[in-house]
Ligand binder design. Structure first.
Ligand code: SF4
Length: 247
C-alpha cells in the first residue's frame, strides 16, 4: 500500500495537530500488513496501546539486541501480559557471543555504528519487508535530528520495498505521552524516574546531567545520536569520531 509522493503533503496537512488516535486509526484502516516498532519507551507505548485497541494482534517489533536493561525487558513482559500484545523479537544474524567472536568483545565501544547496523538496522530492515505500514514513537522534540519528522512518510528498505511510515506522536511532548500512560493506567519505564530521558541499549545509555539535551545520554562521548533505523541507508552506519569510555 505505498503512497504516491504527491499524496504525502495533503496527508501531513490533514494530520498536523490531529490526535494520535485519529492517525493510528487511519493508518490501520489503509494498511494490510501493519506493524508497530517499539523499544517500550513512553512514546511507542502510547502507539502500541492505541494500535492494539483497534487491532489486538498487531505485530509489535522489538529489536532484541541482547544488550537491553533488565528493566526494559521486565517492562516489555509486563505490557505484553497486560495488553495481550503480539511482540515479535528481531535479532541480528549473530548472537552477542558470536559477534564478539567475529568482531571482538564490546563492539559497541569500538564501533557503535557497526554494532547498531548488525543488531538494529539490518534486523528491522529485513522485518519491514513483510509489512506495508511501520508505526513508530518518533517525537520531534526528542532530538534535533527528529525536529522535522512528518506524521506520514514513505520508507524504502535496502532492497527497495516501499512502505508507509507513520509517526502518530510526532507532535507530542514527552509530558503529554507520560500523561497518556497515566490516564490509561499504563506503566512507564522505571529508568525515567532515575534521570534517564531516552533509553536504549544499556552499554550506550546513561542518565542525564542537569541541563543536558534529552538524547545526550545516548552514545555519550561518541559522535552518534541515532542508531540508524530512522536514517537514510547511506547515513545509517556512522563511524565513531572519538573513542568511548569503558561501559
Ligand atoms: S545501541 Fe549500543 S549496544 Fe545497542 S546495538 Fe547500538 S551500539 Fe550496539
Amino acid at each position: 500500500m505505498p503512497l504516491l509522493p504527491t499524496e504525502l503533503p495533503a496527508l501531513n496537512e490533514r494530520f498536523e495537530g490531529a490526535q494520535p488516535a485519529e492517525i493510528v486509526a487511519w493508518a490501520l484502516d489503509v494498511a494490510e500488513r501493519p506493524a508497530v516498532a517499539s523499544s517500550f519507551q513512553v512514546e511507542s507505548t502510547v502507539v502500541i496501546h492505541l494500535a492494539s485497541r483497534i487491532l489486538p494482534d498487531v505485530p509489535v517489533l522489538f529489536l532484541e539486541t541482547g544488550f537491553h536493561f533488565r528493566e526494559t525487558l521486565e517492562l516489555k513482559e509486563r505490557l505484553t501480559r497486560r495488553l495481550g500484545l503480539h511482540v515479535v523479537d528481531l535479532r541480528g544474524a549473530m548472537s552477542p557471543e558470536e559477534q564478539a567472536a567475529v568482531h571482538g568483545p564490546r563492539l559497541y565501544e569500538r564501533d557503535p555504528g557497526r554494532c547498531c547496523q548488525l543488531n538494529k538496522v539490518l534486523p528491522l530492515d529485513r522485518a519491514l519487508a513483510d509489512h506495508d505500514l511501520w508505526m513508530t514513537g518518533l517525537r520531534r522534540g526528542s532530538a534535533s535530528t527528529r525536529a522535522r519528522v512528518p506524521v506520514v512518510e514513505r520508507h524504502l528498505t535496502a532492497d527497495g520495498h516501499d512502505l508507509l511510515k507513520v509517526n502518530p506522536v510526532a507532535g507530542w511532548t514527552h509530558e503529554r505521552a507520560r500523561a497518556y500512560l497515566e490516564e490509561h493506567g499504563l506503566p512507564h519505564h522505571p529508568l525515567y524516574d532515575l534521570g534517564y530521558a531516552s533509553i536504549g541499549c544499556a552499554p550506550c545509555t546513561r542518565g542525564l546531567f542537569p541541563g543536558e539535551d534529552e538524547r545526550a545520554g545516548r552514545w555519550a562521548g561518541v559522535d552518534k545520536v541515532e542508531c540508524g533505523i530512522h536514517l537514510p541507508a547511506a547515513e545509517a552506519t556512522p563511524s565513531p569520531s572519538s573513542p568511548r569510555p569503558p561501559a
